[in-house]
Structure formats: structure tokens, C-alpha cells
Write a protein that binds this ligand. Structure first.
Ligand code: E4P
Length: 268
């Protein structure tokens, strides 16, 4: 499974590439807002340019902000052209559905934009995907990546069912409710969303890569890998958690204390 860094923070991104664990980066408007607030002295164009240089030609997702297909296509092409001199691997993030509610007319603008940009050979990351049906439509439209929102799905199932508390970990197998498991549209957890979407994409030979997004802790990363995600996009704090274990620290301390001087000299 590939690891993308879910961040628009240059320092975090540089660190993850220095650690040799990053295969790409995903940003979104909310992450960019934090960077703008932190970096008042530099233009956003320059800042994104630095992110692209730091990511050494690996895929970097930049999201559009319009909601009609023709505008999203124009924005996608513009982002692609503006930044293609910094990196050949710009991915345009398009929301699978840009409508703001059921009564809205624009439910298929996202799919149309995904199809149009993919036909123009611009790689698309279909975002805000909360159902396997949306994943299927995005994959059929040609999205290179389909981003399933794990943590936000768990939050939604919790809030729909009045499950109190912001739990750090929501079980992949779901939580028992009144008449079985708590669910949304037959999805019992964010990881279940990844698993069902991955199964559909693989079963039907679709080319999209399944990207587990909105991950909140290291256990979810493991479960996303087991559920068949091709990629997990991981916040910096969770990336750091992944390498840590108390017993590793203890073992390391003991090995460093015990190593005979004569043995150490053999390696110098
Ligand atoms: C990445 O592509 C998504 O925008 C991101 O994972 C969303 O994460 P959040 O639900 O923690 O905001």
C-alpha cells in the first residue's frame, strides 16, 4: 500500500520525504487555509511550488473550488498548467458531487468534470466519496484515485445514532445498535466503506486506485491496508504514531547498553 501525506504543511511534507515513507501528498482547501494563515510572508503560488519541489515528482493532489463541471474543468486545467513546470505529477481533486443538498440540480457536475479531465489525460482524485455507489461512478468516469472518507463516515454513523463521545477509534466491524449494527446505507464503518468500494473496483476490473482518506489513527491505517486500499493518505501526526511502540523503545535501550565494545569496533 502506498502512503500519501495528508497535509499542506511544507515542513511536515519535507520531513515525511526525508524519512523515505511518502509516495505522494493530498491537500484540500481546509489544509491550504491553515498554510496560508501560517505563511503570511510568502505567496501561495510560491508555497505550493515548494511543496511540489519537495515531493520529487510523486503525485500531489490540488482541489478545485467551483461546483459546475465547466468551471471545475477550467480550474483543473489552470492548476495543472500553473504548476506543471514544478512537477509532472499534479492530480486534480474533484468532489464526486458538488450539490449542497438533495433538491439541488447539480448532482452530476462532479462526475462530468472527472470524465472530462480524465479524457484530457489529467489525473483526477475523486474526493468526498461516502458510498461505494459514488466510488463506482467516479471509477467509471476515469478517476485515477477514489478517496473514501473513513473518519468522517465513522463520525456520521455516530452522530446519526447519537453515539456520544469523540472516540479515537471506531471499530472496522461496526458497533452493535438496536437491530444489528449501526450503519449508513449498509456501511457499518469508514473501513467497511473502503472494503466494499475496493471489492467493487477490483471485481469489475476498474483501473482506479482506492485511496483511504480522513484517517484518524494508526489502527485505521492498518485496517485500510487489510481492507484492500491501494493508498492511505495519512496526517503527519498519525504517520509518526505508526513507527512507535513502547517495547521497541525498551528493546532499543537494552541492545545499546549490552552491545560489547569489541563488537561495535567491527563496524567502524
Ligand atoms: C484527503 O484527501 C482528505 O481531504 C482528508 O483526508 C480529509 O480529512 P479530514 O476528514 O480529517 O478532514
Amino acid at each position: 500500500m502506498k502512503i500519501f501525506v495528508d497535509s499542506a504543511d511544507l515542513e511536515e511534507i519535507k520531513k515525511a520525504y526525508e524519512w523515505r515513507v511518502a509516495d505522494g501528498v493530498t491537500t484540500n482547501p481546509s489544509l491550504l487555509k491553515k498554510s496560508v494563515e501560517k505563511n503570511k510572508e510568502q505567496s501561495l503560488k510560491e508555497y505550493i511550488g515548494e511543496i511540489l519541489k519537495a515531493t520529487k515528482g510523486t503525485p500531489v493532489s490540488l482541489e478545485v473550488t467551483s461546483s459546475e463541471a465547466k468551471d471545475m474543468v477550467l480550474e483543473g486545467v489552470m492548476l495543472y498548467r500553473t504548476f506543471k513546470s514544478y512537477s509532472k505529477n499534479i492530480v486534480i481533486k474533484i468532489p464526486v458531487n458538488t450539490a449542497l443538498g438533495e433538491s439541488d440540480e447539480n448532482h452530476f457536475e462532479g462526475i462530468k468534470a472527472i470524465k472530462e479531465l480524465s479524457d484530457r489525460k489529467i489525473n483526477v482524485n475523486a474526493t468526498l466519496v461516502f458510498t461505494p455507489e459514488q466510488a463506482l461512478l467516479a471509477a467509471k468516469a476515469g478517476a485515477k484515485y477514489v478517496s473514501l472518507f473513513v473518519g468522517r463516515t465513522d463520525d456520521y454513523i455516530k452522530s446519526k445514532n447519537n453515539v456520544a463521545g469523540k472516540q479515537e477509534y471506531y471499530p472496522a466491524e461496526g458497533l452493535p445498535g438496536g437491530e444489528g449494527l449501526l450503519e449508513d446505507n449498509g456501511i457499518v464503518s469508514g473501513i467497511d466503506l473502503v472494503s466494499q468500494s475496493a471489492e467493487i473496483i477490483r471485481k469489475h476490473g476498474l483501473k482506479s486506485e482506492v485511496l483511504a482518506a480522513s484517517l484518524r489513527n494508526k489502527r485505521q491505517v492498518r485496517e485500510a491496508a487489510l481492507a484492500g486500499a491501494h493508498i492511505a493518505t495519512i496526517p503527519f501526526s498519525v504517520l509518526k504514531e505508526m513507527v512507535m511502540h513502547k517495547k521497541t523503545f525498551e528493546g532499543m535501550k537494552k541492545f545499546s547498553e549490552d552491545a560489547p565494545e569489541e563488537y561495535k569496533k567491527l563496524m567502524r
